[in-house]
Ligand binder design. Structure first.
Ligand SMILES: C[S@@+](CC[C@H](N)C(=O)[O-])C[C@H]1O[C@@H](n2cnc3c(N)ncnc32)[C@H](O)[C@@H]1O
Length: 249
């Protein structure tokens, strides 16, 4: 494991939680900024009685949403003890939380879950491909993996000198330092090519069921999102979020 990556990110996420600088726009029912949400997409329609694991579960909001919809048990793993503290305070029935990097197994049963979720968390893993492998191992045969992450094309777009340009090389899959929140907390992030993510899933024994690249619903920078990152010209040019639904064979 990349110890420096994990140290920076654990500290960064704990700081963001303590400063209350977390946006909630990627917690279910939302899948991502300006994206169609779960009420529209219905990816977890058959959730009643199902067992769920979320990788990078934040403060448990998505798991709470699924528990209210009838999930039988909800498990979460997150590197930030501050996030898990908040998640445990939700007192969700049949819940279990682990403070751990998602790129190792802290004692989660294999071939057990009906759903594994990774909602805007994969690129914060120091080893995204190993994380996909673990996601597959946790699923029972026929279980589903729902992944959403920054759309790699959106990530390449940038506004420079008031023009929309390709500011990031799509071929460059190396880790990068990004800053998040008003206090510009530093975090490491991987942005992989679409093919790397999909091939990673296929190699771990998953079949791709659906790829969703929705056009942003609004194309004006609004609310929490007022930043160049969500400039209206970028929103007009690309989906913000890539969603992939896969099934374990
Ligand atoms: C962008 S947030 C996910 C967004 C989330 N779906 C929401 O509801 O807002 C990323 C989460 O992953 C966690 N995280 C970051 N790196 C991690 C790692 N290597 N292993 C486990 N959790 C990690 C962070 O603490 C944070 O809670």
């Amino acid at each position: 494991m990349d110890k420096e990556f994990l140290k920076v990110n654990k500290h960064g996420w704990n700081t963001l939680v303590k400063n209350k600088e977390i946006f909630s726009n990627t917690s279910l029912p939302e899948y991502g900024p300006f994206m169609a949400n779960e009420n529209e997409l219905g990816l977890s329609k058959d959730i009643v009685g199902k067992s769920i694991l979320e990788l990078g579960c934040v403060s448990g909001k998505s798991l709470e949403y699924l528990a209210k919809k009838g999930a039988k048990e909800v498990w979460g793993i997150d590197i930030s003890e501050e996030q898990i503290k908040n998640a445990e305070q939700l007192n969700l029935k049949s819940s279990k939380f682990f403070i751990s990097p998602m790129e190792e197994n802290p004692g989660i049963p294999l071939n057990y879950f009906d759903y594994v979720l990774s909602l805007y968390s994969l690129g914060f893993s120091s080893d995204p491909i190993e994380t996909l492998k673990l996601a597959s191992q946790y699923l029972k045969s026929g279980g589903k993996f729902i992944l959403c992450w920054i759309h790699p094309f959106f990530n390449c777009l940038k506004i420079e000198d008031d023009k929309l340009v390709i500011g990031h090389n799509y071929n460059d899959e190396n880790k990068k330092i990004i800053t998040k929140g008003p206090s510009k907390v530093e975090l490491f992030q991987y942005n992989l090519k679409i093919s790397t993510i999909i091939n990673g899933m296929i190699e771990t024994g998953m079949e791709i069921e659906k790829i969703i690249e929705e056009e942003p619903k609004e194309k004006n920078e609004i609310g929490d999102y007022q930043s160049h990152y969500f400039d209206a010209r970028k929103l007009a040019a690309s989906p913000t979020t890539l969603i992939i639904v896969a099934k374990k064979k």
